[in-house]
Structure formats: C-alpha cells, structure tokens
Design a protein around this ligand. Structure first.
Ligand code: FES
Length: 320
C-alpha cells in the first residue's frame, strides 16, 4: 500500500483511494472546503512534482505544479507521497482586519487591508486563512482601488470559520491566497446589456462587478436581480436600492424561486447581446441556465460562479 508522510505522521492508504478522505479518516488535520478542486484550501506540497496532467494538480499554475503542490481532494493515491501542509504564514499575503459590519443577523461584511501586493478584480474569489488549519473561499465584493477587500460572510451557528472570524478584532491579521475566478467585468462588454443574477451572499460580488462596470464607463443597461427565499427574507436591500437609484442605467429587482422563472421570461429583459453573470449555490446556477438559453443566449454569454462553500455548509453546518 502507498505510504503517505504528512508532517510527523506516516499513513498507509489503499491504492486508488482519495487522498483527502484517507488523511481525514486517519485523523490528520487537513483543511478543506469545496472538495471539488476550486478553492485550493486543501493544498499540500509533495517533495517532487506530479505529472502536469495529473488531476491532483492540472488546475494549478505551472509554478505551483513545478513546486510539487497538489489538491488533496482531487488526488487519487497511486504512489508514496512525502507531503507538507500549506502554511499561510509563509505562502499567503497577510491582511489586517479593518472592520466588520452586520448586514443581517446571519451575514457579516468583513473588510481587510492586505499588507502585500494582491492583484484582483471585483467578483473573483480568494481563500481567507485564520491559521494553517482553517481556510475558506469567499468572493470579493469590492473594487481594487478601494484599498480594502470586502467579503460577505454567511454566519453559521456552528461554522468553524464564521464563528471565529466574527470574534476577531480590528487590527488582527489573517491571510489571503488563491485569488482566482473568471466572473468579473470585461471592458469589451461596455455596450452590451449586463444581467446579474444572484442568490444569497452572491449579491455582494455581483454589485461590486456592476460598480466596476460603471466605473469603467459601461454604457448599456445593468439589471441586478436578487433571489430571496421569500419577499421579506433578503438583506442589504435598502443599500442596494439607494445605490441603484443613483444610476439611471441600473435596475435592481428582487424575486423568489416561485416567481424567478417567470421574471426571466419577461419580454425585453434579456436582449440577444446580453452578457449574463449568475452566482449562488450550484443548484441556483444550474436552474438559471435553461431560461437564459431559452432567451437565446449562447453558452459564451453566460458566466457563472457556484458558491461551493455554501453547498458544503448546507450539508455540514459546522463547516461554514
Ligand atoms: S480545492 Fe480541495 S477542498 Fe477545495
């Protein structure tokens, strides 16, 4: 059986088994979040690089692959591995907590000032680390020139990350890594209608994308539609409405699961050259594709970002 060394542990795992599952079952402390190869929370470094096309590392950058990094959740054990954990204190950008504001009983706006160079677009996601064992991926709800990164953090009653972060004080340091994601504004869209569909805390990143578009001179209409469980269950509505009121090209609407499909079929809401950005849980993202296709949009006109962390948290409320 392949032998896996991790820090001071030595663990035998059956060939073909999943590395993350095997390590967790053996009691090793390995951080993870999405389990689907997106968030890079489960990064481990092998003493030698795997093949570039190995599923455990094929989505990582060439530099990460060359340095032996792999994603434990995507790794099928086929050989001995000599692994070291990702240490955000050495491999991520430190960031000071500059503020926390409750946007709702269960949503916190977290503001961070990075203490190093960090390139990002509004709408991309980053992994936030409290220590080497606890990291979560969140979408960026601010613009690069704000000097601060903003995140909308859902507070789960037993969520390891969310419960700890809300007890931290301004001036304390956490760490940022893995800024990535294709869901951001492209200046080439300047004269095309933008349709932004959000559910839950995805509204933060999509409003940031809309602000980025306006800042870059977007001339066509921008429609932001937010799905809520019921008519009075949303958050941040007054702020969004007053922001939308200041911009004649912006329309802000709320809807529910029951009404959403009908709204998307409304005549004139989706033009042939619309760019649609859809963000929320995997089920929400999947559900919106069909009405958008029915409205004549091609696959390349739809960008989506599934909040895999919210799916994990829905399965395991201790994980958020
Ligand atoms: S990439 Fe492995 S847990 Fe997210």
């Amino acid at each position: 059986m392949p032998e896996i060394k991790l820090a001071d542990r030595q663990i035998s795992l059956p060939p073909g088994s999943n590395l993350l599952d095997g390590l967790l079952a053996a009691g090793a402390q390995v951080p993870y979040s999405c389990r689907s190869g997106h968030c890079q929370t489960c990064l481990l470094q092998n003493h030698q690089a795997l093949a570039d096309d190995d599923p455990a590392c094929c989505n990582l950058s060439p530099e990460q692959r060359a340095a032996g990094w792999l994603l434990a959740c995507q790794c099928q054990v086929t050989q001995d591995l000599d692994l070291h954990p990702f240490d955000p204190r050495h491999s991520a950008v430190p960031a000071l907590i500059t503020g926390q504001t409750r946007l709702a009983d269960d949503v916190l706006e977290l503001r961070l000032r990075p203490r190093g160079l960090l390139r990002y677009f509004a709408g991309q996601h980053a992994t936030l680390w409290l220590d080497e064992h606890l990291g979560r991926s969140y979408s960026i709800a601010s613009l690069p020139d704000q000097g601060e990164l903003h995140f909308h953090v859902r507070l789960y009653p037993h969520g390891a990350f969310s419960q700890r972060i809300q007890r931290m004080d301004n001036g304390q340091t956490i760490y940022l890594s893995n800024v990535a994601g294709n869901c951001h504004y492209d200046p080439d869209w300047h004269d095309r209608p933008l349709l932004l569909l959000a559910r839950g805390t995805a509204v933060g990143m999509l409003q940031a994308i809309a602000r980025d578009a306006l800042k870059q001179g977007h001339s066509a209409g921008i429609t932001l539609i937010v799905w809520q469980r019921s008519e009075d269950s949303g958050y941040w509505q007054q702020s969004l409405q007053s922001w939308a009121n200041q911009h004649p090209t912006v329309t802000y609407l709320t809807t529910t699961d029951a009404e959403g499909d009908r709204l998307l079929r409304r005549r004139g809401l989706v033009a042939r050259n619309t760019m649609a950005l859809v963000c929320g849980s995997p089920a929400f993202v999947e559900r919106q594709r069909k009405p958008l296709f029915m409205n004549g949009l091609a696959r390349r006109q739809i960008l989506d970002e599934a909040f895999l962390g919210s799916q994990t948290a829905a399965v395991d409320p201790n994980h958020g």
